[in-house]
Design a protein around this ligand. Structure first.
Ligand code: GRF
Length: 219
């Protein structure tokens, strides 16, 4: 069974979505540990509710960032973790962790990459004026949201959206596609070819495209 390690800094709703899929038996995996860089992350509370081991690793205890990531890699390795899930982990992952888990670290980003990488993907989309945004699950390669794309969901942007309303709409799709990407990985159906991820038996993948609503005044 796939052994997962989760890194989170805050709320942990994507972490929760993965817990729920495992508990509902839609995902054959076990979460070996939650590691946080924030002792008051709400994700810790979620781990406790579901009897998942958790650990706070204080970045300030390390003289160099690479040492912090080496410590994370060591903790994950010592628990036999196969796949690392970044779930709202607010740091750019560095080489010691990436080298320890090549093509085995996933992240979720609240925009349709390569559009609007980095912080506040939803606000960037609103400010730019796009009509469709969404979310992306991708492998992590050391850049800022640059790794090979696994799956994406398109989400409409409406003219009265605020950052909060758009974030909420996108988040509901994050909770669908992140567990789905983990499931595809657990079934050995993700193959990385250069910067492309080929999904084997693609027809079985959920349809994740949403049509934008028609604005009645345009009709
Ligand atoms: C999500 O919007 C995710 O796309 C981004 O950080 C946020 C984390 O939310 N990477 P949560 O902690 O999973 O609720």
């Amino acid at each position: 069974m796939l052994k997962i390690g989760v890194l989170a800094s805050g709320r942990g709703s994507n972490f929760q979505a993965i817990i729920d899929e495992i508990e509902n038996k839609n995902l054959k995996a076990s979460i070996e540990i939650l590691i946080t860089d924030n002792p008051s992350a709400f994700a810790i509370e979620r781990a406790e509710r579901h009897n998942i081991n958790h650990m706070f690793i204080n970045p300030e205890d390390f003289a160099a960032k690479d040492e912090f990531f080496k410590k994370i890699a060591d903790e994950l390795k010592s628990r036999g973790v196969d796949l690392v899930i970044l779930a709202g982990f607010m740091r750019i992952v560095r080489k010691p962790l990436i080298d320890a888990f090549p093509d085995r670290i996933m992240n979720i980003h609240p925009a349709l990459l390569p559009a609007f990488p980095g912080m506040h993907g939803q606000r960037q989309a609103l400010d730019y004026g796009v009509k469709i945004s969404g979310c992306t699950v991708h492998f992590v390669d050391g850049g800022m949201d640059t790794g090979p794309v696994i799956i994406q969901a398109a989400v409409p942007v409406t003219s009265d959206d605020t950052e909060d309303t758009l974030s909420e709409r996108i988040l509901s799709f994050e909770h669908k596609i992140y567990p789905e990407a983990v499931r595809l990985f657990s079934e050995g159906r993700l193959e990385i070819k250069g910067r492309k991820v080929v999904i084997k038996n693609h027809s079985a993948v959920i349809s994740n495209i949403v049509n934008p609503p028609i604005d009645e005044t345009d009709a």
